[in-house]
Design a protein around this ligand. Structure first.
Ligand code: CMP
Length: 140
């Protein structure tokens, strides 16, 4: 089915100057960018975005990392976009990520793991709405 997913290029990958390389992978996989912005997240924004993890032991480190520099936030659209994007990212822990995935190629640790992607279509709707007004998502 035609889906949308939310993708975030995290501060580590932005600092490595690989935004274009990551976007090229999305495009080659048939995903279209339908919204995008670079943003310095505030602590409140990062905490709200990751609210589902607030009781986890890694929450503070996650939020500290996500506000350590600008991120690139993108809504992607395509056939089975959620799974397609997850396949491109690879496993959350780069040590477990398959060769050729974004995390295998660009991530340094489970915290600095280069990218975030929605885990399901429902989550994607919430996550896209968290960062983009409906009128700023340009289906094409
Ligand atoms: P992300 O897909 O952005 O969702 C939550 C993030 O928490 C995850 O990527 C990791 O970067 C980070 N994280 C740190 N430790 C863990 C852990 N033990 N399990 C899952 N996520 C973790």
């Amino acid at each position: 089915a035609l889906e949308r997913t939310l993708s975030i290029i995290k501060p580590d990958a932005v600092a490595k100057n690989v935004i274009g390389e990551i976007y090229a992978r999305f495009e080659k996989a048939g995903l279209k960018i339908v919204a995008a912005k670079m943003k310095q997240l505030s602590r409140k924004e990062a905490e709200g975005f990751y609210a589902v993890h607030r009781e986890r032991p890694f929450f503070k480190a996650l939020v500290d990392f996500m506000i350590s520099g600008p991120v690139m936030i993108t809504a992607l659209e395509g056939e089975n976009a959620v799974l397609a994007h997850r396949d491109l990212m690879g496993a959350t822990n780069p040590k477990e990520a398959a060769p050729g995935t974004i995390r295998a190629d660009f991530a340094d640790s489970i915290d600095a793991n280069a990218v975030h992607g929605s885990d399901a279509v429902d989550t994607a709707k919430v996550e896209i709405a968290y960062f983009f007004a409906a009128t700023d998502v340009l289906s094409r």
